[in-house]
Each structure stands twice: as C-alpha cells, then as structure tokens.
Write a protein that binds this ligand. Structure first.
Ligand code: NAP
Length: 296
C-alpha cells in the first residue's frame, strides 16, 4: 500500500456522498457504489470512479467505508462485495448500525480477513460536507496507518474508544449521543407545536430563554429549519431518525434500561413519516403533534 490508500465507499446518500467527496479532495483514490447509481454519479466530477456493483467497488481497495442505512443493509451489501474483498484490507463501518449487530459485523470481518473499525460519526450533512465530522472509532492498532488518512479527510476529530476486541464501544457511544440528539429534536418539535396550539409567538419563547441556560444551538437550528420551511433537502431524514430511535430503545432494553422518551420519539417519527414527511428533515417530527399534515 502506498501512503495514500485506495478507498471504496459503499453508500453515497446524504452522508456517504459528502464523505466520498472529501476523500477525493484529500487526494485519495476513491471508488464509489450506490444502489441508486444516479446519486453516485455527481462524484465522478470530483474524481471518484463510479462502479456498478459492491464487488467492483471494493476490488483492490485498502479501505472499505460503509455508509448505508442500517446494520442489515451493511451485511447484505458486504456479502455482495465479499468475492472481491482483499484479505488484510481495513473496513471502516460508519453506518449507524447500533449495538445489537456489532457481533455479526465483526464476525464477517474475521471471516474475510478484514481489519474491522467500528467507526460511526457524529455530525450531520453540513459538517459532513465540510469534512468536519467527529469520527468515533474502535479497532486494531494494525491498520491505523490506512484508516487515519480516511478519518482525517472526513472528520475534524477522531475519538478512539477502544482497540481490537473493543468493537462496539464506538457504536455504544454513538447511541448515547444520538439519544440526546433525538430527544432534543423531539422536544423542540413538541414545544413549537404547543406554542402554535396556544397561539404563542415562537419568537417570544426564544426571547424568553435567549442567552440563558435553557437556550441551545441545536434547539435554534432545528427550529429554524422548521419555521423557515427548510425541511428539504433533509440533513437527517425522519425515517433514518426513527431507525436510530428504535436502535436506542433496543439497546436500552437489551441492557436493562427503560427509555420512555426514546420510545415516544420513535413513535413521533413514525407518525410524521405516515403523514408523508419521511424524507424531510427530522425537525418534521413537529407534525406528529397534529392530526393531519399541517403547515408550520
Ligand atoms: P441516506 O441519504 O438515506 O442514505 C442511505 C444509504 O443507504 C443510501 O446510499 C441508500 O441507497 C442505501 N440503502 C438503503 N437501503 C439499502 C438497501 N436495501 N440496499 C443497498 N443500499 C441501501 O441516509 P444518510 O443520512 O446518509 O445516513 C446514512 C447512515 O449514516 C445511517 O446509518 C444514518 O443513521 C447515519 N448518520 C446520518 C447522519 C445524518 O445527519 N444524516 C449523521 C450521522 C450518521 P439509495 O440511494 O439507493 O437509497
């Protein structure tokens, strides 16, 4: 391997496309595959090679980066890639896959001689586009030379949570962080919905809490998306947020922790999706407070 690894990105959705683009900008040789090829094609202008199958994408790769919907999708796509995977290559698994499937993912890596990096990311579309994600990473010392240029290209910071045998520690931290993100998003939607129902001008609410300990950047950001009608294109879609809320509930349940807020949050996302807001930004959970699809 040269000092610049060949990187394959499987999944070029909101996050994967932005990450692939930054890998290209960092001068790495990048191959991409996406189920819907149209979404991968713009990356050709950045220098990425667009491929037709996961196997074609990973052939000869030093690092395979997966950024797909969930853990089952990752396993499905990696099985398709399997015949072309190179033993000794590093696998950076950045999809938010939760903690339950981590054993299956690590077993797949072992079976195929891959160095497995559990590497979910914190940050949404805009930090992904700016190469300013935070990468949470767990994986072996061996192989870090290959994955470091990848983490540096997509992120502003890498937070190592463990080495070989500690796979899952990064995903567990990611779930804890996302439980906070989703709780704030759901509470933002409910607060603004209540304001609407009670005929309270949301600007008065912001004036009231402005600059004090109840104010926060994320509340402001999600409120702005909703109040200014900027729900599409999504930074983080309602359906993906519902998937994450369910991963959080399952992880709690599996470890003896009851999570009422996360459970209710998952239901709010599900209801908003059923009302037709599934592909909008998760701030659209707001609509779950009303019977019908309504304006903000
Ligand atoms: P997205 O835009 O919906 O991308 C999902 C990707 O998964 C697309 O490439 C999609 O392909 C692919 N996919 C879905 N089902 C598939 C299947 N059955 N077979 C093959 N490919 C399939 O979502 P995203 O926001 O980029 O999220 C990707 C991952 O990052 C998720 O695990 C999410 O939880 C996590 N994440 C998201 C954010 C965020 O703010 N958006 C932040 C941190 C982490 P198609 O294009 O063909 O549908």
């Amino acid at each position: 391997m040269s000092d610049k690894p060949i990187v394959s990105v499987l999944g070029t959705g909101i996050m994967g496309a932005a990450m692939a683009r930054n890998l290209c900008r960092a001068g790495l040789e990048v191959r991409v595959w996406n189920r819907t090829r149209d979404k991968a094609e713009p990356l050709a202008a950045d220098g990425a090679r667009i491929t037709d199958t996961p196997a074609e994408a990973v052939e000869g790769a030093d690092v395979v980066l997966t950024m797909l919907y969930d853990g089952n999708t990752v396993l499905e796509v990696m099985r398709e890639a399997a015949p072309a995977l190179r033993r000794g290559a590093a696998w950076v698994q950045s999809t938010t896959a939760g903690s339950e499937l981590i054993g299956d993912l690590a077993a797949f890596a072992d079976e195929h001689g891959l160095l497995f990096y559990d590497a979910p990311v914190l940050g949404t579309k805009e930090p992904a586009e700016a190469g300013k994600l935070t990468v949470l990473a767990a994986g072996p010392e061996e192989g870090r030379a290959a994955v470091t240029p990848v983490f540096d290209a997509v992120g502003a910071k890498t937070l190592w949570t463990g080495e070989h045998g500690a796979e899952g520690s990064a995903s567990r931290l990611k779930l804890v962080a996302n439980s906070w993100v989703l709780a704030v998003t759901a509470a933002t939607g409910e607060t603004l919905a209540l304001a609407k129902g009670l005929d309270v001008d949301p600007r008065k609410f912001f004036e009231l809490i402005g600059g004090g300990p109840l104010d926060m950047g994320y509340l402001r950001a999600k409120s702005q998306v909703l109040l200014e009608g900027k729900l599409t294109p999504a930074s983080f879609a309602v359906t993906t947020a519902e998937k994450d809320a369910r991963l959080i509930v399952a992880a709690g349940k599996g470890n003896g922790v009851r999570l009422d807020v996360a459970e209710a949050t998952a239901e709010r996302f599900a209801r908003a999706a059923a009302q037709g807001h599934g592909q909008e930004d998760m701030a659209a959970a707001y609509f779950a407070s009303f019977e019908e699809k309504s304006g903000s």
